[in-house]
Design a binder for this molecule. Sequence first.
Ligand code: AMP
Length: 180
Amino acid sequence: MSTLSPEDKKILEESIRDIPDFPKEGIVFKDITTLLNNNQALKTLMNHLEERYKTYNLDYVAGIDARGFIFGSILADRLNIGFVPVRKKGKLPYTTVAEKYALEYGTDEVEVHIDAFPKENARVLLIDDLIATGGTAKAAASLIGKVGANCVEACFILELDFLKGRDGIDCDVYSVLHID
Ligand code: AMP
């Protein structure tokens, strides 16, 4: 299994920009657009993820709306497997299965197509840019199970460790970078 070298970790950490007080006061938004427009950083990240997951015998990568689509589809292509979007409610055109999750105020919902994973008992990697409270990823992992596939691992580029979001997720969790 590949480990991230200190040099590569530095490249990735330096490529993600902090935006204080976005989208509201008190939140430090981790902006990955500065990783995406930096070819060295994006390649470093994708090489690391490809190396880690090439031995996992995965059937699909499922990405969470919307930044998980970017990393997820690049990774799926590198692993020569299909990509499945886990979308916010109301965006998918065919029959869907949905899962609600709590936000600070109110609830939100994610959906997948009922036939999103055509292979029986598919092995799925779930991916998103960041895990905070874990509510979104927990709902997405549960959806994967509801439509008959197995979420073998949930992968994040960044984890906010102090929120302990990984504790609620019913599969292995891997984060490339951590903030204590
Ligand atoms: P959560 O459900 O609390 O784990 O929130 C995760 C989702 O919200 C992910 O899709 C993230 O992209 C987004 N998110 C939450 N907090 C931040 C943050 N500080 N910076 C960037 N994105 C965030």
